[in-house]
Design a protein around this ligand. Structure first.
Ligand SMILES: [Zn+2]
Length: 267
């Protein structure tokens, strides 16, 4: 499937999945329902979840669950698809101090991310396209609709002049690397994350926090920014116990799952 069709399908299916998938206020989603939303969020790459495996459109497949019992740190270091869907992301234009070890979206399956975006720096680089950002050009992956979604975020936010100082200059998008101090891949590796102006950033490590023991939370970014990103499929690092407030990454499955579960940051 061509990249442009893949992109169009991703944004269309994402919108449809938000609108009709599940009734608002549903108490809890089954794992199967979460998997349906995962597949719907990446329609160009994912075909279905069946028989304990996620099936790709090219015929390949991988297990959903590695069968290992993990604590939170182990899920962060070595998450599988099941782990990555275990915490429900709460979106909405409201700030909420995260509970201990509540890191929705920070747990990821590197193996799945590599299948969605590329297994090496060179492969990901080949997918990068320019996205305008306050007079600068960012490089963002065109795969899965990520660049198109960031363009929509920019179109909304650049129209609100008082937000520019928080957003520009961007502290970076594509960068093939591990999460700082960790063994798993950063979503910057896949060209599907953006850091906004670092001048207003708060980061759990800078606060003197240790893994699993973060004393204080703070955020200086207006929630209007967070709301715009979330409405276009990005999650915010400011919702994590191990917070990183300048960081946004494209995870449309988690926005869709939170919405379907009736979970909101505003209550
Ligand atoms: Zn980041």
């Amino acid at each position: 499937m061509s990249r442009s069709i893949e992109r169009a399908l991703a944004s269309l299916t994402f919108a449809v999945s938000l609108a009709v998938a599940f009734p608002a206020g549903a108490a809890e989603l089954t794992f199967a329902q979460k998997l349906d939303l995962l597949v719907a969020a990446y329609p160009g790459s994912l075909a279905k979840a069946e028989g304990g495996r996620i099936h790709f459109r090219d015929g390949d497949s991988m297990p959903l669950d590695d069968g290992k019992a993990k604590d939170h740190a182990e899920k962060l270091a070595n998450g599988d698809i099941e782990d990555s869907l275990s915490q429900i992301y709460p979106a909405g234009p409201c700030e909420r101090k995260p509970d201990v070890n509540f890191d929705p979206g920070r747990i990821r399956s590197d193996a799945l991310m590599m299948r969605l975006y590329g297994k090496s720096a060179g492969v990901v680089e080949a997918s990068l396209v320019p996205v305008q950002w306050f007079g600068k050009t960012l490089r963002v992956t065109s795969r899965q609709g990520a660049a198109a979604a960031l363009e929509k975020v920019y179109a909304e936010l650049q129209a609100i002049p008082e937000l520019k100082a928080f957003l520009s200059p961007s502290a970076g998008t594509f960068n093939w690397r591990k999460v700082s101090g960790a063994s798993n891949m950063s979503v910057h590796s896949f060209g599907a994350a953006i850091d906004i102006n670092t001048k207003y950033a708060d980061y759990w490590v800078w606060s003197g926090g240790k893994p699993g023991r973060v004393a204080k939370y703070s955020n200086k970014y207006p929630m209007k920014i967070v709301d715009a990103f979330e409405r276009h499929g990005f999650i915010w690092g400011g919702r994590w116990y191990h917070y990183d407030t300048m960081h946004f990454e494209y995870r449309p499955e988690l926005i869709a799952i939170g919405k379907a579960a009736g979970v909101s940051a505003c209550r």
